[in-house]
Design a protein around this ligand. Structure first.
Ligand SMILES: [Zn+2]
Ligand SMILES: [Zn+2]
Length: 126
């Protein structure tokens, strides 16, 4: 479903030029010359439509020695304050978000596809 793109600075919706770049599709507003990445930040939560989206860090893990996971780095993940509330509380206590966590903020099917297990304690390897 196509959503209308507007310049976040001046609100222009017609005079916009999109160009593919290494970081993603970059949009430039011909009206005020502001440019931004189209896919950088969703304006709205994909699940509830709310705009209370926050960015947290997600652990990049790698399996080493059998089943042991080790964190090799971090990448940003977007969480909705409503739909990802439990994970956000977890992240706010200083823990990285598990890499396999599906953010409801960007994936409308994330909540439906969540396991029953998610209602229990969140498990993550330290
Ligand atoms: Zn503009
Ligand atoms: Zn939401």
């Amino acid at each position: 479903m196509a959503q209308q793109i507007k310049c976040p600075k001046c609100g222009e919706a017609e005079e916009l030029i999109g160009r593919p770049t290494e970081e993603g599709i970059k949009i430039q507003c011909e009206s005020c010359k502001h440019s931004w990445l189209r896919d950088a930040e969703p304006q709205k939560c994909a699940s509830c439509g709310g705009s209370d989206i926050v960015k947290r860090k997600r652990a990049l893990t790698q399996t080493s020695r059998g089943t042991q996971l080790s964190i090799v780095g971090f990448t940003p993940i977007l969480l909705c304050r409503q739909c990802d509330q439990r994970m956000l509380e977890w992240a706010n206590t200083g823990h990285p978000v598990p890499f396999n966590y599906k953010s409801a903020a960007v994936d409308a099917d994330a909540i439906a596809n969540r396991d029953e297990d998610d209602n229990k304690d969140i498990k993550i390897t330290p």
